[in-house]
Design a protein around this ligand. Structure first.
Ligand SMILES: *[C@@H]1O[C@H](CO)[C@@H](O)[C@H](O)[C@H]1NC(C)=O
Length: 458
């Protein structure tokens, strides 16, 4: 290495210590581009002004990440060697008035907020350290009921499900909010999440996306990241299939247990309509009838959020559908029964890959896990996504198992539900505790063993 390069790299290292969420192309060593003073200023101003070479680079990055993300949601995140985020300043809250100072601003579903986009933008201007990287910022929101679970192992399962989400968020640098208060006493069960999501938007103007994840949905691929670039023209993302909603009129044409919703006025308006079908509304009963007559396979009379969402997509199509992305290409959330039997074979496939690639066997700090995910991605090109693929399923959702109440759907057995959950949790945990030097050799039990150097050896 020439002395010149060395100096450059030293500069780079110094800069890096002030920024995070930065990736470099693993195969070619670091080729980072850095914020200089002027670029950090315009980033702070919310990308209003783009100058010279930097804007050209941004365009190239934007284009390549778009084309790649169609086939490969993971890849774009690892091509991001241009944008670096500044460290958010947690100590500064200027005294200039913001929406927080407006007495009529409220957090509940009944408080109507207008011009939210402008209000949020003004807040961001006053907090420039949060403006940089705002478009990629995600707040995960999840929760459970206020009282103890009826199922004797319910609280234990919920704890482990929460641990799973905390692991995922820590690895990817996301914030997470767990709520277990019933924010609107009338909005219980599946309706309870809307007041939480609504309040989270107000509490986190720095987050572009709120990611609701049901307590019984588990991350079973700790590497995979949301392909946010793909959703740039949409405000709501759910796992769903257009033909099942529009043609078959099936209430299971989508799943409302996991969704990504943009922190914007559209979403507030949309949630008004959506939550307007809930038990706190005078039209609740009527909505029950309406939903059931539209979606014939809905078997219970009460209005529910999932059918409500399908209704807004199918019937109020003109109004909403073009901003709603039905993600069907990968397991944005996946049905546990079709997934839990595949864990062993998938683990074997991943082990085989690692046996052939020293780089993937290398021990490393948990903080840099994403860079290893990028390397692994190159060996997963043939894996596919979703059903029938041998890629790790992103999210495994234990719909119908009801771990807290224990009142699982009669289609299943207690054993299938709880053993399935345990195996999913261990499958996920193996991707985490590996970096701490341990592994669950058998997905079916809690035992952990320490792993040898160069695990798994060829
Ligand atoms: C796992 O792999 C074995 C051997 O290739 C195969 O026989 C079996 O059907 C696979 N299991 C599943 C659930 O795909």
């Amino acid at each position: 290495m020439s002395p010149k390069t060395k100096t450059k790299l030293n500069m780079v290292t110094t800069e890096l210590s002030h920024s995070h969420s930065y990736h470099h192309d693993s195969s070619t060593m670091a080729k980072p581009t850095f914020r200089n003073k002027s670029s950090s200023i315009f980033l702070s101003d919310g990308l209003l002004f783009l100058g010279g070479a930097f804007s050209a680079l941004l365009l190239v990055w934007g284009f390549s990440s778009f084309t790649n993300s169609i086939n490969n949601p993971n890849l774009k995140l690892h091509q991001n060697d241009v944008i670096s985020y500044s460290t958010p300043d947690l100590l500064s809250d200027p005294l200039d008035p913001t929406f927080y100072d407006e007495p009529e601003m409220g957090y509940t579903i009944d408080d109507k907020v207008q011009n939210w986009d402008e209000k949020r933008e003004e807040w961001l201007k006053l907090h420039p350290s949060f403006s940089a990287g705002v478009k990629e910022r995600v707040l995960m929101v999840t929760g459970s009921q206020p009282s103890p679970c009826r199922n004797p192992i319910g609280d234990h399962l919920l704890l482990r499900c929460f641990k799973n989400k905390v692991d995922y968020c820590r690895i990817h640098g996301y914030d997470i909010f767990y709520n277990n208060g019933l924010l609107d006493p009338k909005m219980s069960s599946y309706w309870a999440k809307y007041p939480v999501v609504r309040a989270a938007m107000m509490a986190h103007p720095e987050a572009e996306w709120i990611w609701w994840v049901d307590s019984d949905a588990l991350f079973t691929d700790m590497d995979f990241k949301l392909p946010l670039e793909r959703y740039k023209d949409h405000n709501l993302v759910v796992h769903g299939w257009a033909h099942l909603i529009h043609e078959k009129r099936s209430w299971t044409g989508l799943n409302a247990g996991v969704f990504l919703i943009r922190n914007c006025q559209w979403s507030l308006d949309f949630m008004d309509s959506w939550a307007g079908m809930g038990p706190q509304s005078p039209d609740y009963e009527e909505w029950g009838h309406k939903l059931r007559s539209t979606f014939k396979d809905k078997f219970f009379p009460e209005s529910d959020d999932q059918t409500g969402l399908a209704y807004l997509i199918a019937i109020e199509k003109e109004k909403w559908a073009d901003r709603i992305y039905l993600e069907g290409e990968y397991y944005f959330e996946g049905y546990w029964e079709e997934i839990v039997g595949t864990f062993e074979n998938i683990s074997k496939k991943y082990d085989e890959i690692e046996k052939g690639v020293r780089r993937l066997r290398r021990r490393h700090a948990e903080k840099v896990s994403e860079s290893y995910g990028a390397v692994r991605e190159e060996y997963l090109r043939e894996a596919g996504y979703g059903k029938g693929s041998w890629r790790r399923p992103f999210v495994t959702h234990f719909t119908g198992c009801q771990p807290c109440s224990g009142k699982y759907n009669e289609m299943y057995t207690a054993d299938a539900c709880w053993n399935g959950m345990r195996r999913a949790l261990h499958f996920a945990d193996n991707q985490v505790i590996r970096k701490y030097g341990y592994v669950h050799p058998d997905l079916g039990n809690n035992l952990v063993t320490s792993i040898p150097f160069d695990y798994p050896q060829s």
